[in-house]
Design a protein around this ligand. Structure first.
Ligand code: HEC
Length: 298
């Protein structure tokens, strides 16, 4: 079949540099996005690492407590001592009274521990110099507010669709992937993006939808990785991977209509095993030798 486009490997080097620069920068951006998720949503239940609980707490809220309390036991845990957090939480549970605010020494804790970030200059963060602002966080935690969801939704929809626009455009010049799989890989992230945003709102209504947040997020990640890796390989490593290397097995498998999908898969798995086993074995023995050295040293 003749292609109506220039395959990635045949693009001029300046174009390849442009594509690669974009892909690498967006890739680093994706990593930072994941770290950001780990440190905000990931800490919602007070434990490091992302769990279904984190997602439920972030969107539906932890309705057994107040916002302030949950933040002090979650993402804001490191910002005050055990005793200080206990004092604040006690004050909240006792009704978050204005008179007690000064008398119980809560004002002082907030001023020394929280106001350095939560002040009028910090855009997007509540200003805890104002008692009324702090007070609004002493009510039942019902998760992300309507206005914050609206804000984050529109930013994500506009921003991420742009990212996938360009990644999809670059990947559309790939030649090692069949047209059908290309269409799926390019279209999928938009479906997952919409599902992801929708799932936040659904989780706000009912915590069962937390699984959809995870599923859609992973779907976006998988299509991102697939397009990213294929594009980079085709631009710079076409010969070693697709002519002399492991990619040839994939290409043969893709183009051979005679064998059934299962046998194609088995053949591919076998080849991958033959190819990967020595690499893995060497890596393991190297790691063991390194560990040995460490143990002998200590
Ligand atoms: C090092 C800076 C920093 C300090 C110190 C800090 N915070 Fe925060 N706080 C943040 C950031 C950043 C966010 C937003 C995180 C996010 O989006 O999840 C936040 C969010 C919050 C929220 C949720 C706000 C919202 O709109 O949902 C509360 C409540 C909160 N902090 C309370 C506190 C309290 C109480 C203290 C003092 C014990 C404190 N913070 C100290 C940086 C800080």
């Amino acid at each position: 079949m003749t292609t109506k486009y220039t395959p990635l490997k045949d693009h001029d080097t300046p174009i390849k540099v442009l594509f690669t620069g974009y892909l690498c920068t967006v890739g680093v951006g994706y990593l930072f996005a994941l770290i950001q998720i780990l440190f905000t949503h990931g800490m919602a239940d007070g434990k490091f690492g992302l769990s279904v609980d984190d997602i439920v707490y972030s969107y539906y809220g932890n309705r057994s407590g107040t916002v302030l309390e949950n933040q002090l036991n979650g993402a804001m845990k490191a910002n005050a001592s055990e005793q200080e957090r206990f004092d604040i939480i006690k004050w909240v549970r006792d009704g978050a009274d204005h008179d007690d605010y000064q008398d119980d020494g809560i004002e002082k804790i907030i001023e020394t521990r929280c106001v350095l970030c939560h002040n009028e200059n910090a855009s997007g963060l509540p200003n805890f110099k104002k008692f009324d602002v702090l007070k609004t966080y002493t009510i039942e935690d019902t998760g992300a507010t309507f206005s914050s969801l609206t804000r984050v939704s529109h930013i994500h929809l506009f921003g991420i669709s742009f990212i996938f626009m360009f990644i999809g455009l670059i990947f559309s010049f790939a030649e090692t992937t069949s047209v059908r799989i290309k269409c799926i890989a390019i279209g999928m992230p938009y479906g997952f993006l919409l599902a992801d945003i929708l799932s936040w709102w659904l989780t706000k209504i009912d915590p069962v939808f937390a699984w959809l947040v995870i599923f859609a997020g992973m779907g976006m990640g998988v299509s991102f990785m697939f397009m990213w890796v294929t594009s980079i390989l085709e631009m710079w490593l076409y010969k070693p991977v697709f002519i002399d290397g492991i990619g040839t097995y994939y290409l043969k498998w893709k183009d051979d209509p005679a064998s059934s999908p299962l046998s194609k898969f088995l053949v591919l798995a076998k080849k991958a095993q033959v190819y990967l086993t020595p690499i893995v074995k060497t890596a393991i023995s190297k790691a063991m030798a390194y560990l040995d050295k460490l143990i002998k040293k200590s």
